[in-house]
Design a binder for this molecule. Sequence first.
Ligand code: BJ8
Length: 386
Amino acid sequence: MTTFQLPEKFDQYDEKRQQGFLKVKELKEKGQNICGVFCTYTPSEIIYASGAIPFGLCGTSDEPIKYAEVDLPRNLCPLIKSSYGFAVSDQCPYFYFSDLIVGETTCDGKKKMYELMGKMKDTYVISLPQKQTSKADLQYLIAEYQAFREYLEKKFRTRITDEDLRNEIKHANDIRRIYKAYFELGKLIPSPLSGYEQNMTTEAASFVFNRDEAAAMIAQKTEELKKYWEDELQYDEERKKRPRIMITGCPTIGVRKKILERIEANGADIVVFESCNGVREKMELIDESIDPIEAISRKYLGVSCSVMSPNPKREQIIRDLAREYRVDAVVEVTLQACHTFAVEAKNIRDLVQGELNLPYLHLETDYSTNDAGQLDTRINAFLEML
Ligand code: BJ8
């Protein structure tokens, strides 16, 4: 059995972090390959088909940013700085024990971060097309995902057959359905699913090694909340008066406390996320009847992130979600220095205030607590207006 070393600073870590390192170390010592991933465009089906497990490495804490700022500019997106800070300071067990880091050419900051990560770890970057509309875009992504498949075969000395990919597609679709049902609790009036809780639960599930166990946990929560709504909540007239909010924009795990919690504490319900934290990725399944690499490419080419230009599908999704979840207002969250989401916010504001005729609030923030009071005041004023 190969044994793995713990980081030099292991003794200085708190108990929770030490436990995390020991758990991943144990997994490695059982021979499990691990890929660290950062983005929804990373096709987890291909990684699972290689026998490896993908773990999300997006940094969500302010704590390691000081380590990142030694190498990176200060006016960079906090998600990038936090991710890099965890990596460079050996504080993240998943990065530390990853056999491979898988990046993709989304925003400029992340692309350049992968170059630096490549000096610490084996790193593979999937190149994405810049738009999603033409046949050439699809062909481009098919070639990229095929190259990634071949890379994984060499890296992990395995063979990924079409049959393996088909099985993984089916498995991933089954899990998508479970998460979708959980997110769709937000359609109920009043919603039994707090946006803050939803964000916490899905984050916790992403760190459960066995994805079926994680999905079972989500399915059980869905059942419990559905029952709570049927037995009790549906009759609560006061709760029905709370405004129903859609969150759109950048990933929100790192700003959960100062934005999501404050929205709900100030009297509104977050019923849906139009972002990589919510139902969006679960809405479209992967076609199980066509060539598997083409099916995977078609699916991920449809992810409507602001790194695509133009990105009209995001507007259509916001229209649909606003109707299906009976939304009363939209709050857009952009992380500081995220240019693609910040610029696209103009289109979203025009859509929400114009065509949808709904109130819109745009909050730009980072992972620090410096602006927490100011954000709370703005959130409060916005909700009072509703
Ligand atoms: S598919 S949202 S996970 S890129 S917030 S690091 S874009 S500067 S996280 Fe994302 Fe994939 Fe898109 Fe989803 Fe850059 Fe913006 Fe920071 Fe971002």
